[in-house]
Ligand binder design. Structure first.
Ligand code: DSN
Length: 485
């Protein structure tokens, strides 16, 4: 890839992948074929999904190893299985890189995903703030030592707790206490939205709501809010109402690691607990992680086996490699470019008449309201895909089309920035998007809800866009020099 990605030895990586594919192919050629096809697909499309990226060959190769074959429930040096010394090594390296990179007192690198990381965080908050005091009151060391009455009282107390998170249509995440998700069954939940006039978080309204609702957990973080959050104010609100501040930085962890979000906008010094994925803007392997203040460290470390299945040694190793990469100066340049490119994309879209939620961005994503083109998000997503532009539909605040068809398209810059796309390229991407959406019309041929998915594209638009996209992609190769042939 380019100077914005880790350099790698293309000849060595090509030889490694060719040999690996031969071995796989001898057992199940269908899988080897899908692996080859996925590389071709990723190389051949404009990937604008805000939560995706391209990990380095070093990160990817680390995952394909026998570290996968070891059970290692427990934590570093304290396992439920013998022979975990090498898993200890990789887990320790990953945790050390994470604490150094983020300036966090404690890191737990076992979660398999962002949802798992949030579950560990919820469990640790309940264990530290509700269960531990109950044990102390009862003079017990362990829940198994509680009388049946005390245990039932504790279960009621655990079930009575409240969480306050950002609403889904304002950009929050399903795991932030919403009913269909297990978090909505663990907690009584309320959500805060954004100001309907500006689309921005209204901290005064949130403060008033937190005072009224009195949550145990105040959750900050998003998957589709295009602005940064002031975590100093969030912590002030949490302290005022006696809540634990949990920040889910899955989307913007790369901007925190790369020092684009600093001071009040860096969650780590302000939050009690921070969760993240490792594969989005952080550009690591698919997985999760928890950072926390010392008060929560013991409970967080019991995440496996209390919440999670056995840790994935091969993925923790890849996290160590990715976090080592993120500590390089080149990653700071990358993170800065991700944010700068998002501004260019936003301005390019608006200059061409598109409406964006909050009229811009200051992170890695933009949320495009496609109702101005007369389309649903579903129609826009499909039309763009036909033209070789991969995005995902997303609800916008107060979305009349709900969470399935939606009125929005979410676009992110992390992946194409890893390929080396710069500002001129992102302006061209904005032009292509507007061209495709302007040439798309809702289909008149059907009626009812299904019509929200049907559309027609003007003749020739797909071909023209695919050829323009190919020029951009050719100029910024994914894994240049890596050949499977
Ligand atoms: N799937 C993630 C995203 O796309 O934002 C959230 O879980």
């Amino acid at each position: 890839m380019t100077s914005l990605s880790e350099p790698f030895d293309a000849a060595a990586a090509s030889a490694a992948y060719r040999s690996a594919l031969d071995v796989i192919s001898a057992v199940e050629p269908g899988v080897a074929g899908a692996i080859r096809a996925e590389l071709a697909d990723q190389r051949g499309s404009l990937k604008l999904i805000a939560s995706e990226n391209y990990a380095s060959p070093a990160v990817l190769l680390t995952m394909g190893t026998w570290l996968s074959d070891k059970y290692a429930e427990g934590t570093i040096g304290h396992r439920f299985y013998a022979g975990c010394q090498n898993i200890d090594t990789v887990e320790r390296l990953a945790a050390e890189h994470a604490t150094a990179l983020f300036g966090a007192p404690h890191a737990y690198v076992q979660p398999h995903s962002g949802i798992d990381a949030n579950l560990v965080a919820f469990w640790a908050i309940l264990a530290s703030r509700i269960e531990a005091p109950a044990l102390e009151r009862a003079g017990a060391r362990h829940v198994n030592d509680l009388s049946e009455d005390d245990w039932q009282r504790l279960r009621r107390d655990l079930g009575d707790q409240r969480a306050l998170g950002m609403s889904l249509d304002a950009g929050g995440h399903l795991t932030h206490g919403f009913r269909p998700n297990i978090s909505g069954k663990m907690f009584h939940q309320a959500s805060y939205g954004t100001d309907p006039r500006t689309g921005l978080l209204d901290y005064d309204a949130l403060r008033a709501q937190a005072r009224e609702f009195s949550p145990l957990v105040l959750i900050a973080g998003y998957s589709a809010y295009p602005r940064k959050i002031n975590f100093a104010i969030m912590r002030e609100i949490a302290d005022e109402v006696g809540a634990v501040l949990l920040v889910d930085m899955a989307h913007f962890a790369g901007l925190v690691a790369g020092k684009v979000f600093t001071g009040d906008f860096d969650p780590v010094p302000h939050a009690h607990v921070v969760t993240t994925t490792t594969h989005k803007s952080l550009r690591g392997p698919r997985g999760g992680m928890v950072l926390c203040q010392p008060e929560f460290a013991d409970a967080v470390d019991r995440g496996c086996p209390m919440v999670l299945g056995g840790p994935l040694g091969h993925v923790m190793a890849a996290k160590a490699v990715a976090l080592a990469e993120a500590r390089q100066d080149s990653f700071r340049r990358y993170a800065r470019a991700v944010a700068d490119n998002a501004v260019v994309l936003a301005e390019g879209l608006m200059r061409r008449g598109a409406r964006l939620v909050t009229d811009g961005t200051d992170n890695h994503l933009v949320l495009l309201d496609v109702s101005g083109f007369g389309l649903t998000g579903r129609q826009a997503e499909s039309a763009l895909l036909d033209a070789g532009i991969v995005t995902n539909r997303n609800a916008i605040p107060q979305d009349p089309n709900g969470a399935w068809y939606t009125s929005g398209i979410r676009l992110g810059t992390p992946a194409l920035t890893s390929r080396g796309f710069g500002s001129d390229d992102f302006d061209r991407v904005a032009e292509l998007i507007v061209d495709v959406l302007s040439a798309t019309t809702p289909s008149a041929a059907s009626s009812g809800a299904a019509s929200k998915a049907k559309y027609a594209l003007a003749d020739g638009v797909c071909e023209k866009t695919r050829s323009a996209a190919a020029e951009l992609l050719d100029a910024h190769q994914l894994y240049p020099g890596l050949s499977l042939e």
